[in-house]
Design a protein around this ligand. Structure first.
Ligand code: GLC
Ligand code: CA
Length: 559
């Protein structure tokens, strides 16, 4: 069991645009974050990960960067950034920056040069190809609908963009591109930041020759076969040698399409690449024919299987990251649990228990610690997210999904559900802004808000605080080995963690009905470490209320 601060840490993700607006323009900003650092300290999190704060024309809310060494004007200045960083460090917390280097904005100086002429020295910073029979160079689709290629008038060629056409992909096979990225990373490390979350880093190495991909039935374009390309590990090892290994950092790669086998390389404990990866298998389980645009629910048995394959697959070899929500996902309590008023709080606590007791580094997405739920958006005009708006236009335009169905799917699955403003109190706009927020505030803020939860010792907030504090006390939560029990149960997720003679039994009910569980003998009468109901957990059999969760702790030598 090798110790490392990033294994013991709990990370809190901030979506700066929606966290706290300090100057009344309706947009969250850095000074807003600085003003809430005491709140985060009270929650007890160790690391703050900020979604991108760099200069950006905001086609994809900052994931399209036009200058990596400048702060987005709407968010503040570099002085504001430095003050925020000092405030974070003064409180003993750390800062992880989002690193978006699969692509830049089309307004980045490199791309402005690159598109200007075929002979421009920056041409090869991006991926340009001739058209094929007057059409796109290959059949790849963009993650944000349509082709992944954009024709450019100036030079009559196409450039590749796996995301929006304002997010051209960098050509990582060009050593100059890698040097530029590494020197920019070094610049931020010298500023004193503590790590990077690497945006879609599994997509940086494209298959040579850019071959056509497989077009799924009903689709117009192929899912780009770019994940874990031929040089992905080589480039990350180079990054590690040249930058990461020179600082004490935490690194997590967002790895779309990663498998357990690939993750063992990206996040190998030998430290040659990254500390951990975000995998997406568990949040892709409720997908359907049109990807995420469906009302399918996650099946608990499948969920357990996926989580277990990552827990056991990486054991002793690589490190897991644990998350149920982020800025690209709907609210976890609405999606994996039950956000009806009578269940929302107990269910948010159950999901937190289930996730935080697994092996890996847990990530809390802003508002999750309040049990924030999906937003009742009504029409397409309520949405701001480019992925949601493009998908609505394309799928309804092609007649594949009826508009009223698509609106229902969006309400369940749009990324904007996770992007509504943080709910601080019950004043106007949930205390987020004195102006007009850039996206609607969830009207439930009068009920669900931080001020109210801070004052209530039984709130979801204080439950998270307790879970986070426990991780600091009990090494077994960090290092214990995972084992799944009751794999076939349709209502319970039951697992153990083992460290030497010490053992945890984690029991979480995902059901809205009462469920009975037989307690394994070694845990009968073991003390309860944490539970989302106040009751006694002694005995051989326990009948659980809907969404109940508890953890029993068999201490070494106690039996
Ligand atoms: C990642 C980000 C997402 C963004 C995309 C393109 O998946 O998390 O928000 O839209 O990359 O940068
Ligand atoms: Ca602002």
């Amino acid at each position: 069991m090798e110790q490392a601060w990033w294994k013991e840490a709990v990370v809190y993700q901030i979506y700066p645009r929606s966290f706290m607006d300090s100057n009344g323009d309706g947009i969250g900003d850095l000074n807003g974050i600085t003003s809430k650092l005491d709140y985060l300290k009270e929650l007890g999190v160790d690391v703050l990960w900020l979604s991108p704060v760099y200069q950006s024309p905001n086609d994809d809310n900052g994931y399209d960067i036009s200058d990596y060494r400048a702060i987005m004007e709407e968010f503040g200045t570099m002085e504001d950034f430095d003050r925020m960083l000092r405030g974070i460090h003064e409180r003993g917390m750390k800062l992880v920056m989002d690193l978006v280097v699969n692509h830049t904005s089309d307004e980045h100086a490199w791309f402005v040069e690159s598109r200007s002429a075929r002979e421009n020295p920056y041409r090869d910073y991006y991926i340009w190809r001739e058209g094929k029979d007057g059409k796109e160079p290959n059949n790849w689709g963009s993650c944000f609908s349509g082709s992944a290629w954009q024709h450019d008038e100036a030079t009559d060629m196409y450039y590749l963009h796996l995301f929006s056409k304002k997010q051209p992909d960098l050509n990582w096979d060009n050593p100059k591109v890698r040097e530029e990225v590494f020197s920019m990373m070094t610049w931020w490390c010298e500023k004193g930041i503590d790590g990077f979350r690497m945006d879609v880093i599994s997509l940086i190495s494209k298959e040579p020759g850019l071959p056509d991909g497989e077009v799924l039935p009903g689709e117009s374009y192929a899912v780009c076969p770019c994940a874990n390309g031929p040089h992905a590990h080589e480039y990350l090892q180079e990054m590690n040698r040249k930058v990461l290994s020179r600082y004490d950092l935490m690194t997590v790669g967002e790895c779309a399409g990663v498998t357990v086998e690939e993750a063992k390389k990206y996040a190998s404990l030998d430290g040659k690449e990254l500390n951990m990866v975000f995998q997406f298998e568990h949040v892709d389980l409720d997908g359907g024919k049109y990807g995420k645009w469906t009302d399918r629910r996650v099946n608990l048995r499948e969920f357990k299987q996926v989580m277990t394959s990552w827990q056991t697959g990486l054991e002793g070899k690589a490190w897991n990251s644990l998350f149920l929500g982020n800025h690209d996902q709907p609210r976890s309590v609405s999606r994996f649990g039950n956000d009806a008023p009578e269940y929302r709080e107990i269910c948010a606590k159950m999901l937190a228990t289930c996730l935080h007791m697994l092996k890996g580094t847990p990530y809390v997405y802003q508002g999750e610690e309040l049990g924030m739920k999906n937003c009742p958006f009504s029409g397409i005009e309520d949405y701001r997210d480019i992925e949601s708006i493009n998908a609505f236009r394309t799928l309804t335009g092609e007649g594949k999904i009826a508009p009223e169905d698509m609106l229902r799917y969006l309400a369940l699955r749009s990324r904007d559900n996770g992007r509504t403003p943080m709910q601080w109190d019950d004043s106007v706009n949930a205390g987020f802004s004195s102006g007009t927020p850039w996206i609607m505030v969830n009207p439930d803020y009068t009920e669900i808000n931080a001020a109210r939860e801070l004052a209530d010792p039984d709130s979801v907030f204080h439950y998270y605080r307790q879970l986070i504090a426990l991780r600091k006390q009990e090494k077994i939560i960090v290092h214990g080995v995972y084992e799944l029990l009751e794999p076939d149960s349709e209502s319970l997720y039951v697992y153990t963690r083992t460290l030497g003679e010490e053992k945890l039994l984690v029991v979480c009910s995902f059901s809205d009905k009462k469920t009975t569980i037989a307690i394994p003998e070694e845990f009968q009468n073991a003390p309860c470490l944490i539970s989302n109901r106040k009751r006694n957990y002694e005995g051989a059999e326990i009948t659980m209320e809907p969404y109940e969760a508890f953890v029993l702790h068999r201490i070494a030598g106690s039996r």
